[in-house]
Ligand binder design. Structure first.
Ligand code: CTP
Ligand code: CA
Length: 217
């Protein structure tokens, strides 16, 4: 069976971590490799979609036929995603920082004699996925990811409803052999009255299985 075509569809994918700068030499990041989002972008392009990939800091080559915009912080990712609307499908596979330093210091933070600790003040970032899903130019399909260490279905379904998504792909992180920094993975996909397990499989195979669900909708 050949893969269902996505010819002519505009698909926006965000992928990778974000880096939130603390000072000119330090940042807050996370362990997302970007592989899942890049695999989705590659698979969508192979199916004939017009793909825009907004990528946080990753060391991955741009998939063939994909237009790529590199960003660093959650705020930059937010801007790039919003600027790309309208699209037919948005897949938010990025591990967006939830908090960012309240102030970016222009000079490197120095230790002072006798200073035994440092308190960093962080503020919430904007929820890109939730904003896309409630945007005036909402894509027909908005798909999120959820990285959970426990209560996977409960937390993922909570995000599905709260953010008004069509589908959410949950994966278990923090257990060996799944999630971040790993090639094989299992995705638990939830929608309203819908549940499907994809994998365990390579991220390339999971990307194709997910795009079958996209094409079916
Ligand atoms: N997300 C986003 N913008 C943010 C935070 C998260 O777009 N500022 C998106 C992610 O790209 C992912 C989904 O929301 O598709 C869920 O991310 P996750 O970190 O699992 O959930 P949060 O809503 O941030 O909740 P928490 O981290 O507290 O579990
Ligand atoms: Ca989060």
């Amino acid at each position: 069976m050949s893969a269902a075509s996505l010819s002519g569809r505009r698909i926006l994918v965000s992928a990778g971590p974000t880096y939130e700068d603390i000072d000119p030499v330090r940042f807050l990041g996370n362990r997302s490799s970007g592989k899942m989002g890049f695999a989705i972008a590659a698979a969508a392009a192979r199916r004939g979609a017009q793909v825009l990939l907004v990528a946080g800091p990753v060391s991955l080559p741009t998939p063939e036929g994909v237009e790529r915009i590199d960003v660093r912080s959650a705020a930059e990712m937010h801007r790039a995603v919003m600027d790309a609307l309208p699209v037919d499908v948005y897949i938010g596979a990025a591990a967006v920082a939830d908090f960012t330093p309240a102030q970016v210091v222009g000079d490197k933070i120095k230790k002072r004699p006798g200073e035994e600790g440092l308190v960093l003040e962080l503020v919430r970032t904007r929820d890109i996925l939730a904003e896309v899903a409630s945007h005036a130019r909402r894509p027909s399909l908005v798909i999120g990811f959820a990285a959970e260490t426990s209560h996977v279905e409960e937390y993922a379904r909570g995000k599905l409803e709260r953010k008004k998504l069509d589908l959410i792909c949950a994966n278990r992180v923090g257990v060996p052999g799944s999630g971040f920094e790993c090639d094989d993975n299992t995705l638990l996909v939830y929608g309203a009255g819908f549940e499907q397990v994809l994998g365990p499989a390579s991220k390339a195979e999971l990307a194709d299985a997910l795009l079958d669900l996209v094409a079916a909708r």
